[in-house]
Design a protein around this ligand. Sequence first.
Ligand SMILES: Cc1ncc(COP(=O)(O)O)c(C=O)c1O
Length: 380
Amino acid sequence: MSRIYLDNAATSWPKPETVYTAMDVFARECGAASGRGAYSSAIESAKVVAAARTGVARMIGVSDPNRIVFTANGTAALNLAIHGLLRPGDHVVTTVCEHNSVLRPLHAAVQRLGCVVDFAPCDAQGHVTTADILALVTPTTRLVVMTHASNVTGAILPIAEVAAALRSSPTLLLVDAAQTVGRLPLDAESHGLDLIAAPGHKGLLGPTGTGFLYIEPGLEAELTPIWQGGVGSASDDPEMPATMPERYEAGSLAVTPIAGLADGIAYIEHEGRKVLCEHVCTVTAQLAAGLTGLPKVKLLGPPPHALRAGVVSFTLEGYDAHDVAVALDASFGIEVRSGLHCAARIHAALGAPEGSVRMSPGCFTTEAEIEATIAAVASL
Ligand SMILES: Cc1ncc(COP(=O)(O)O)c(C=O)c1O
Protein backbone atom coordinates (compact mmCIF):
# COMPACT_ATOMS: atom_id res chain seq x y z
CA MET A 1 0.00 0.00 0.00
CA SER A 2 1.60 3.28 -1.04
CA ARG A 3 1.59 6.25 1.30
CA ILE A 4 -0.60 9.30 0.58
CA TYR A 5 0.64 12.09 2.81
CA LEU A 6 -2.02 14.75 3.44
CA ASP A 7 -0.63 16.53 6.49
CA ASN A 8 1.35 19.32 4.86
CA ALA A 9 -0.28 21.86 7.17
CA ALA A 10 1.68 20.22 10.01
CA THR A 11 4.90 19.92 8.03
CA SER A 12 5.52 19.53 4.34
CA TRP A 13 6.61 16.12 3.06
CA PRO A 14 8.40 15.06 0.99
CA LYS A 15 10.95 17.84 0.72
CA PRO A 16 12.61 18.59 -2.60
CA GLU A 17 15.58 16.23 -3.13
CA THR A 18 17.99 19.19 -2.96
CA VAL A 19 16.89 19.88 0.65
CA TYR A 20 18.03 16.42 1.77
CA THR A 21 21.27 16.79 -0.18
CA ALA A 22 22.05 20.24 1.24
CA MET A 23 21.68 18.98 4.81
CA ASP A 24 23.73 15.87 4.16
CA VAL A 25 26.54 17.81 2.47
CA PHE A 26 26.59 20.49 5.17
CA ALA A 27 26.57 18.00 8.05
CA ARG A 28 29.31 15.81 6.55
CA GLU A 29 31.58 18.34 4.92
CA CYS A 30 31.26 21.47 7.08
CA GLY A 31 29.33 20.96 10.29
CA ALA A 32 30.86 23.95 12.09
CA ALA A 33 28.90 26.39 14.28
CA SER A 34 28.03 29.64 12.58
CA GLY A 35 29.17 33.06 13.86
CA ARG A 36 31.54 31.44 16.32
CA GLY A 37 34.99 31.22 14.69
CA ALA A 38 37.45 32.68 12.18
CA TYR A 39 38.45 29.36 10.60
CA SER A 40 37.23 28.58 7.12
CA SER A 41 34.47 26.07 7.93
CA ALA A 42 32.99 28.42 10.55
CA ILE A 43 32.93 31.12 7.88
CA GLU A 44 31.35 28.67 5.45
CA SER A 45 28.70 27.86 8.06
CA ALA A 46 27.94 31.57 8.54
CA LYS A 47 27.55 31.87 4.76
CA VAL A 48 24.98 29.07 4.73
CA VAL A 49 22.97 30.89 7.42
CA ALA A 50 23.28 34.18 5.54
CA ALA A 51 22.01 32.55 2.33
CA ALA A 52 18.95 31.18 4.15
CA ARG A 53 18.30 34.52 5.83
CA THR A 54 18.47 36.31 2.48
CA GLY A 55 16.13 33.72 0.98
CA VAL A 56 13.53 34.18 3.74
CA ALA A 57 13.78 37.97 3.36
CA ARG A 58 13.12 37.68 -0.40
CA MET A 59 10.12 35.40 0.19
CA ILE A 60 8.41 37.91 2.49
CA GLY A 61 9.35 41.17 0.77
CA VAL A 62 12.00 42.38 3.22
CA SER A 63 15.01 44.33 1.95
CA ASP A 64 17.34 43.83 4.94
CA PRO A 65 17.88 40.11 5.74
CA ASN A 66 19.19 41.02 9.20
CA ARG A 67 15.58 41.78 10.18
CA ILE A 68 14.97 37.99 10.06
CA VAL A 69 15.62 36.13 13.32
CA PHE A 70 15.90 32.34 13.11
CA THR A 71 13.93 30.27 15.63
CA ALA A 72 13.31 26.57 16.17
CA ASN A 73 9.79 26.70 14.66
CA GLY A 74 6.78 28.98 14.20
CA THR A 75 5.75 28.58 17.83
CA ALA A 76 9.10 29.90 19.11
CA ALA A 77 8.82 32.92 16.80
CA LEU A 78 5.31 33.70 18.11
CA ASN A 79 6.46 33.31 21.73
CA LEU A 80 9.40 35.63 21.12
CA ALA A 81 7.13 38.30 19.65
CA ILE A 82 4.30 37.99 22.19
CA HIS A 83 6.37 37.64 25.37
CA GLY A 84 8.95 40.13 24.14
CA LEU A 85 6.36 42.84 23.45
CA LEU A 86 3.71 42.52 26.13
CA ARG A 87 3.90 44.51 29.36
CA PRO A 88 1.63 44.29 32.45
CA GLY A 89 -1.96 45.22 31.68
CA ASP A 90 -1.52 45.47 27.89
CA HIS A 91 -4.57 45.11 25.67
CA VAL A 92 -4.37 42.62 22.78
CA VAL A 93 -6.80 41.90 19.95
CA THR A 94 -6.77 38.54 18.23
CA THR A 95 -9.21 36.24 16.42
CA VAL A 96 -11.04 32.99 17.11
CA CYS A 97 -9.10 31.43 14.21
CA GLU A 98 -5.79 31.29 16.05
CA HIS A 99 -3.62 28.28 16.75
CA ASN A 100 -2.47 27.42 20.27
CA SER A 101 0.94 28.87 19.43
CA VAL A 102 -0.84 32.25 19.66
CA LEU A 103 -3.59 31.37 22.14
CA ARG A 104 -1.35 29.87 24.80
CA PRO A 105 1.29 32.63 24.94
CA LEU A 106 -1.62 35.12 25.13
CA HIS A 107 -3.25 33.07 27.89
CA ALA A 108 0.08 33.11 29.78
CA ALA A 109 0.25 36.90 29.36
CA VAL A 110 -3.27 37.18 30.82
CA GLN A 111 -2.31 34.96 33.76
CA ARG A 112 1.11 36.46 34.51
CA LEU A 113 0.83 40.07 33.38
CA GLY A 114 -2.87 40.79 33.70
CA CYS A 115 -3.10 41.45 29.96
CA VAL A 116 -6.57 41.70 28.44
CA VAL A 117 -7.31 39.80 25.21
CA ASP A 118 -10.33 40.35 22.96
CA PHE A 119 -11.30 37.91 20.21
CA ALA A 120 -12.72 38.92 16.84
CA PRO A 121 -15.40 36.41 15.69
CA CYS A 122 -15.58 34.58 12.38
CA ASP A 123 -18.55 33.97 10.09
CA ALA A 124 -19.97 30.56 9.17
CA GLN A 125 -17.20 30.05 6.58
CA GLY A 126 -14.40 30.93 9.00
CA HIS A 127 -13.75 34.42 7.60
CA VAL A 128 -12.93 37.34 9.88
CA THR A 129 -13.59 40.89 8.71
CA THR A 130 -11.29 43.88 9.11
CA ALA A 131 -14.21 45.76 10.66
CA ASP A 132 -14.68 43.10 13.34
CA ILE A 133 -11.00 43.32 14.27
CA LEU A 134 -10.85 47.11 14.24
CA ALA A 135 -14.01 47.36 16.34
CA LEU A 136 -12.02 45.85 19.22
CA VAL A 137 -8.92 48.05 18.82
CA THR A 138 -8.71 51.04 21.18
CA PRO A 139 -6.17 53.89 21.15
CA THR A 140 -4.14 52.01 23.79
CA THR A 141 -4.23 48.52 22.23
CA ARG A 142 -0.65 47.26 22.23
CA LEU A 143 -0.91 44.43 19.73
CA VAL A 144 -3.11 42.79 17.14
CA VAL A 145 -2.14 39.14 16.52
CA MET A 146 -3.79 37.38 13.61
CA THR A 147 -3.17 34.39 11.45
CA HIS A 148 -2.88 34.91 7.69
CA ALA A 149 -4.88 31.73 7.13
CA SER A 150 -6.60 29.31 9.49
CA ASN A 151 -4.95 25.90 9.85
CA VAL A 152 -8.46 24.41 10.21
CA THR A 153 -10.58 26.06 7.51
CA GLY A 154 -7.90 27.50 5.22
CA ALA A 155 -9.88 30.79 5.26
CA ILE A 156 -7.61 33.72 4.47
CA LEU A 157 -7.69 36.72 6.78
CA PRO A 158 -7.33 40.36 5.61
CA ILE A 159 -3.82 41.12 6.94
CA ALA A 160 -3.03 43.88 4.43
CA GLU A 161 -6.28 45.73 5.18
CA VAL A 162 -5.74 45.50 8.94
CA ALA A 163 -2.12 46.67 8.52
CA ALA A 164 -3.25 49.64 6.45
CA ALA A 165 -5.83 50.61 9.07
CA LEU A 166 -3.27 50.36 11.90
CA ARG A 167 -0.47 52.13 10.07
CA SER A 168 -0.93 55.50 11.73
CA SER A 169 -1.74 54.06 15.17
CA PRO A 170 0.67 52.90 17.91
CA THR A 171 -0.85 49.38 17.79
CA LEU A 172 1.53 46.76 16.41
CA LEU A 173 0.47 43.97 14.06
CA LEU A 174 1.91 40.45 14.42
CA VAL A 175 1.00 38.07 11.59
CA ASP A 176 1.16 34.30 11.97
CA ALA A 177 2.05 33.20 8.44
CA ALA A 178 2.42 29.50 9.26
CA GLN A 179 -0.09 28.37 6.62
CA THR A 180 0.78 30.84 3.87
CA VAL A 181 4.53 31.54 3.77
CA GLY A 182 6.06 30.26 0.54
CA ARG A 183 2.61 29.95 -1.03
CA LEU A 184 0.52 33.13 -0.92
CA PRO A 185 2.06 36.55 -1.61
CA LEU A 186 3.41 38.03 1.62
CA ASP A 187 4.97 41.46 1.42
CA ALA A 188 6.10 42.75 4.82
CA GLU A 189 7.36 46.15 3.70
CA SER A 190 4.75 47.15 1.17
CA HIS A 191 1.90 45.91 3.39
CA GLY A 192 3.44 47.56 6.46
CA LEU A 193 3.44 44.40 8.62
CA ASP A 194 5.32 44.97 11.89
CA LEU A 195 6.11 41.36 12.72
CA ILE A 196 5.74 38.07 10.86
CA ALA A 197 6.20 34.71 12.56
CA ALA A 198 6.41 31.52 10.51
CA PRO A 199 7.87 28.03 10.37
CA GLY A 200 10.49 27.12 7.78
CA HIS A 201 9.23 23.54 7.56
CA LYS A 202 5.80 23.97 5.96
CA GLY A 203 5.36 26.03 2.75
CA LEU A 204 9.05 27.00 2.62
CA LEU A 205 9.85 23.28 2.24
CA GLY A 206 12.67 23.29 4.81
CA PRO A 207 13.02 20.65 7.54
CA THR A 208 11.56 20.73 11.05
CA GLY A 209 13.78 22.73 13.40
CA THR A 210 13.40 25.90 11.34
CA GLY A 211 11.29 29.01 11.84
CA PHE A 212 11.72 32.76 11.85
CA LEU A 213 10.45 36.07 13.13
CA TYR A 214 10.59 39.17 10.94
CA ILE A 215 10.97 42.33 13.04
CA GLU A 216 10.35 45.68 11.44
CA PRO A 217 13.19 48.26 11.73
CA GLY A 218 13.14 50.22 14.98
CA LEU A 219 11.25 47.62 17.04
CA GLU A 220 14.34 46.36 18.92
CA ALA A 221 13.86 48.93 21.65
CA GLU A 222 10.32 47.65 22.35
CA LEU A 223 10.91 43.94 21.82
CA THR A 224 12.74 42.48 24.81
CA PRO A 225 14.91 39.43 23.99
CA ILE A 226 13.27 36.54 25.81
CA TRP A 227 16.37 34.34 25.52
CA GLN A 228 19.78 35.42 26.71
CA GLY A 229 23.13 33.81 25.97
CA GLY A 230 26.13 33.73 23.69
CA VAL A 231 26.01 35.12 20.19
CA GLY A 232 29.71 34.79 19.33
CA SER A 233 30.57 38.49 19.72
CA ALA A 234 30.71 41.25 22.38
CA SER A 235 31.15 38.50 24.98
CA ASP A 236 32.23 40.91 27.72
CA ASP A 237 28.83 42.69 27.68
CA PRO A 238 26.35 41.23 30.21
CA GLU A 239 23.46 42.50 28.04
CA MET A 240 22.27 40.98 24.79
CA PRO A 241 23.66 43.06 21.89
CA ALA A 242 21.53 45.74 20.28
CA THR A 243 22.49 44.53 16.80
CA MET A 244 20.21 42.47 14.58
CA PRO A 245 19.74 39.55 14.34
CA GLU A 246 22.10 38.64 17.23
CA ARG A 247 19.88 40.42 19.75
CA TYR A 248 17.35 37.59 19.50
CA GLU A 249 19.55 34.64 18.47
CA ALA A 250 21.15 33.44 21.72
CA GLY A 251 22.91 30.09 21.39
CA SER A 252 24.08 27.99 18.47
CA LEU A 253 21.87 28.07 15.43
CA ALA A 254 20.51 24.87 13.89
CA VAL A 255 22.71 25.23 10.84
CA THR A 256 22.02 21.80 9.32
CA PRO A 257 18.24 22.38 9.11
CA ILE A 258 18.88 25.99 8.07
CA ALA A 259 21.03 24.67 5.19
CA GLY A 260 17.99 22.62 4.14
CA LEU A 261 15.72 25.65 4.44
CA ALA A 262 17.97 27.65 2.08
CA ASP A 263 17.51 24.93 -0.53
CA GLY A 264 13.77 24.68 0.10
CA ILE A 265 13.48 28.35 -0.75
CA ALA A 266 15.81 27.94 -3.74
CA TYR A 267 13.50 25.17 -5.01
CA ILE A 268 10.41 27.41 -4.68
CA GLU A 269 12.16 30.24 -6.51
CA HIS A 270 13.31 27.89 -9.27
CA GLU A 271 9.87 26.32 -9.81
CA GLY A 272 8.00 29.57 -9.15
CA ARG A 273 6.04 30.31 -5.97
CA LYS A 274 2.95 31.10 -8.03
CA VAL A 275 3.12 27.85 -9.98
CA LEU A 276 3.46 25.78 -6.79
CA CYS A 277 0.70 27.78 -5.12
CA GLU A 278 -1.62 27.23 -8.09
CA HIS A 279 -0.97 23.50 -7.95
CA VAL A 280 -1.81 23.35 -4.23
CA CYS A 281 -4.94 25.46 -4.84
CA THR A 282 -6.04 23.15 -7.67
CA VAL A 283 -5.68 19.91 -5.71
CA THR A 284 -7.18 21.51 -2.58
CA ALA A 285 -10.25 22.67 -4.56
CA GLN A 286 -10.51 19.19 -6.15
CA LEU A 287 -10.43 17.64 -2.68
CA ALA A 288 -12.94 20.10 -1.21
CA ALA A 289 -15.34 19.67 -4.15
CA GLY A 290 -15.07 15.87 -4.05
CA LEU A 291 -15.68 15.67 -0.31
CA THR A 292 -18.59 18.12 -0.44
CA GLY A 293 -20.47 15.79 -2.75
CA LEU A 294 -20.31 12.86 -0.32
CA PRO A 295 -23.20 11.97 2.00
CA LYS A 296 -22.71 12.77 5.73
CA VAL A 297 -19.63 14.89 5.02
CA LYS A 298 -19.73 18.48 6.32
CA LEU A 299 -16.90 20.80 5.32
CA LEU A 300 -15.71 23.46 7.74
CA GLY A 301 -14.78 26.74 6.10
CA PRO A 302 -15.07 28.40 2.69
CA PRO A 303 -16.97 26.79 -0.23
CA PRO A 304 -14.98 24.25 -2.30
CA HIS A 305 -13.72 26.55 -5.04
CA ALA A 306 -13.05 29.67 -2.93
CA LEU A 307 -9.44 30.75 -2.45
CA ARG A 308 -8.08 29.12 0.71
CA ALA A 309 -4.81 27.89 2.14
CA GLY A 310 -4.17 24.22 1.33
CA VAL A 311 -6.37 22.84 4.10
CA VAL A 312 -9.71 21.02 4.02
CA SER A 313 -11.34 19.98 7.30
CA PHE A 314 -14.58 18.06 7.62
CA THR A 315 -16.75 16.05 9.92
CA LEU A 316 -18.36 12.75 8.96
CA GLU A 317 -21.74 12.50 10.62
CA GLY A 318 -21.94 9.66 13.10
CA TYR A 319 -18.19 9.01 13.10
CA ASP A 320 -15.46 10.15 15.43
CA ALA A 321 -12.76 12.12 13.58
CA HIS A 322 -10.02 10.02 15.13
CA ASP A 323 -11.65 6.78 13.96
CA VAL A 324 -11.89 8.18 10.42
CA ALA A 325 -8.19 9.12 10.44
CA VAL A 326 -7.18 5.70 11.78
CA ALA A 327 -9.31 3.91 9.18
CA LEU A 328 -7.90 6.02 6.33
CA ASP A 329 -4.38 5.18 7.41
CA ALA A 330 -4.93 1.50 8.18
CA SER A 331 -7.00 0.63 5.12
CA PHE A 332 -5.74 3.08 2.49
CA GLY A 333 -2.35 4.44 3.62
CA ILE A 334 -3.82 7.95 3.71
CA GLU A 335 -2.22 10.12 6.39
CA VAL A 336 -4.46 12.87 7.75
CA ARG A 337 -4.96 14.71 11.05
CA SER A 338 -7.90 14.35 13.42
CA GLY A 339 -9.03 16.31 16.47
CA LEU A 340 -8.83 20.02 17.17
CA HIS A 341 -5.55 20.70 15.34
CA CYS A 342 -4.39 22.97 18.22
CA ALA A 343 -7.28 25.31 17.42
CA ALA A 344 -10.25 24.68 19.71
CA ARG A 345 -11.86 28.13 19.40
CA ILE A 346 -12.45 27.94 15.65
CA HIS A 347 -13.92 24.45 16.00
CA ALA A 348 -16.29 25.74 18.68
CA ALA A 349 -17.16 28.77 16.53
CA LEU A 350 -18.05 26.54 13.57
CA GLY A 351 -20.16 24.13 15.62
CA ALA A 352 -17.67 21.27 15.63
CA PRO A 353 -16.38 21.33 19.22
CA GLU A 354 -15.38 17.66 19.07
CA GLY A 355 -12.94 18.29 16.23
CA SER A 356 -12.59 17.37 12.58
CA VAL A 357 -10.59 15.41 10.04
CA ARG A 358 -8.04 17.64 8.32
CA MET A 359 -6.46 16.96 4.94
CA SER A 360 -3.74 19.25 3.66
CA PRO A 361 -2.20 18.62 0.25
CA GLY A 362 1.24 19.92 -0.65
CA CYS A 363 3.07 20.85 -3.81
CA PHE A 364 3.92 17.18 -4.52
CA THR A 365 0.35 15.89 -4.02
CA THR A 366 -1.09 14.53 -7.28
CA GLU A 367 -4.64 14.68 -8.63
CA ALA A 368 -4.67 10.85 -8.63
CA GLU A 369 -3.89 10.85 -4.89
CA ILE A 370 -6.79 13.23 -4.30
CA GLU A 371 -9.14 11.03 -6.34
CA ALA A 372 -8.04 8.00 -4.32
CA THR A 373 -8.64 9.94 -1.09
CA ILE A 374 -12.16 11.00 -2.08
CA ALA A 375 -12.94 7.41 -3.06
CA ALA A 376 -11.60 6.19 0.29
CA VAL A 377 -13.79 8.61 2.27
CA ALA A 378 -16.76 7.62 0.08
CA SER A 379 -16.17 3.95 0.90
CA LEU A 380 -16.07 4.73 4.64
C1 LIG B 1 -1.59 28.58 12.08
C2 LIG B 1 -0.38 28.00 12.76
N1 LIG B 1 0.36 28.79 13.52
C3 LIG B 1 1.48 28.33 14.14
C4 LIG B 1 1.87 27.02 14.01
C5 LIG B 1 3.08 26.54 14.75
O1 LIG B 1 4.14 26.23 13.90
P1 LIG B 1 5.26 25.20 14.38
O2 LIG B 1 4.66 23.83 14.27
O3 LIG B 1 6.38 25.41 13.43
O4 LIG B 1 5.63 25.54 15.76
C6 LIG B 1 1.11 26.15 13.22
C7 LIG B 1 1.50 24.74 13.09
O5 LIG B 1 0.77 23.90 12.66
C8 LIG B 1 -0.04 26.66 12.57
O6 LIG B 1 -0.79 25.88 11.80
